[in-house]
Design a binder for this molecule. Structure first.
Ligand code: PMP
Length: 397
């Protein structure tokens, strides 16, 4: 075993079981290991590296701001935060944004906003607010968030959990309608479920949910930490259904793949439940985060990455179709560059498949031991995509 991996095993917590490769550098959609072997990145760090590795513009923005002013806390204004938030709101059609760092923090922020909104605006009796979530959800790893997960492994051994969450089947708008009570503050949903295995709900599902939420006075909060910023071929996955959510959570790619940057966005009425002292983060909205986030949004627009994701996503899905003839493959699906190959685990287990695909020079990762995710950086080109598919096919065929 490589010495660095050995040290990681010896001195690290074992909360991950990394695949057997030690990566040392990356550029665009390619990364290299400690032996100098090159891999095509079909994982993009769960969409965090959507702009590719070491994007020159983002690296330059990071370096310039790091040498100027990196962090001062939110105790002061900076020249960077306002322009970043303004751009973020203009792009997403939201009225206000609250910057955090990780996805889970932004989800927690959304939950706090929804509860306070329910008490202050909707008039829900104190302590009674409910939030509806979905089976198969993944929103992060904090106690509150894993507390409403349907995944036993995420919860076991970590209770007790905060109450006030109701879980319903994903993709079923009638179930949402049935779950709503006068105490319901919000419906928190992923427009496409990522960690559940790239689960794409029926067309019109989100639009139907939005309609129900509007009628019932419930906030629709979309967690687009993974699906947002072009991943599914639209700027936001909500747009596939023509929905503008009441609350929106972004993360991962927002930091340009260089640092953790997340945000909760909402209508002004919702955001205004936060007053000085209610909520915050030392690093959230730092000049460094804001400068890189702003540059990431500029790159997204100027390089046409949303349209690229839609076009290359269609190409990738088409190229993956022949894999369905393999007895090891049960299904292929995708939306934009957010694709998945579902394995027949009686014939090949996902860990083995991932290891062999890596040996063939492609980085991927399974979810739940049955689905290989194929979600490359949006900057990837057709030739690299085709090469990756050929290499994957050589393992699965
Ligand atoms: N929400 C969604 C939809 C996610 O996919 C993830 C991460 N996979 C998170 C939230 C949590 O983000 P983070 O790991 O940055 O806390």
């Amino acid at each position: 075993m490589h010495e660095a991996a050995e040290l990681e095993r010896r001195y690290g917590a074992h909360n991950y079981d990394p695949l057997p490769v030690v990566l040392v550098r990356g550029r665009g959609a390619e990364v290299w290991d400690a032996q100098g072997r090159r891999y095509i990145d079909m994982m993009s760090a769960y969409s965090a590296a959507s702009f590719g590795h070491a994007h020159p513009r983002l690296v330059a923005a990071l370096a310039a701001q790091a040498g100027r002013l990196a962090v001062v806390s939110r105790a002061y204004h900076t020249d960077r935060l306002g322009p970043f938030l303004a751009r973020l709101c203009a792009l997403t059609g939201q009225e206000a944004a609250l910057p955090m760092n990780t996805g889970a923090e932004a989800v927690e922020t959304a939950l706090k906003a929804a509860r306070k909104w329910a008490y202050e605006v909707k008039g829900v009796p104190p302590g009674r607010a409910e939030i509806v979530v979905c089976e198969g959800n993944f929103h992060g790893r904090t106690i509150a968030i894993v507390g409403f997960s349907s995944e036993a492994a995420y919860r076991e051994g970590f209770g007790p959990f905060p109450p006030g969450f109701v879980r319903i089947p994903y993709g079923d708008a009638e179930a949402l309608e049935a779950a709503i009570t006068p105490h319901t503050a919000a419906f928190l949903v992923e427009p496409v479920q990522g960690e559940a295995g790239i689960v794409i709900p029926p067309r019109g599902y989100l639009a139907r949910c939005a309609e129900i939420c509007r009628r019932e006075g419930v906030l629709l909060i979309a967690d687009e930490v993974q699906t947002g910023l072009g991943r599914t071929g639209r700027l936001l996955a909500c747009e596939h259904d023509g929905v503008r959510p009441d609350g929106l959570i972004l993360g991962k790619a927002l930091g340009g793949g260089l640092l953790p940057v997340s945000a909760f966005l909402a209508r002004r009425e919702v955001m205004d439940v936060f007053r000085p002292g209610d909520h915050g983060s030392t690093f959230g909205g730092s000049p460094l985060a804001a400068a890189v986030g702003l540059e990431a949004l500029a790159v997204l627009e100027e390089e046409g990455l949303v349209a690229r994701s839609a076009e290359l996503g269609r190409h990738l899905l088409e190229r993956l179709q022949p894999l369905r003839r393999s007895p090891r493959v049960r299904a292929v699906r995708g939306l934009g560059l957010f694709c998945a190959v579902e394995l027949d685990t009686d014939r090949i287990d996902a860990r083995t498949a991932c290891e062999r695909v890596i040996e063939a020079g492609v980085l991927t990762k399974d979810t739940h031991g049955r689905v290989l995710r194929l979600a490359p950086p949006l900057v990837i080109d057709r030739a690299l995509l085709d090469e990756a598919v050929e290499r994957i096919a050589s393992v699965l065929a």
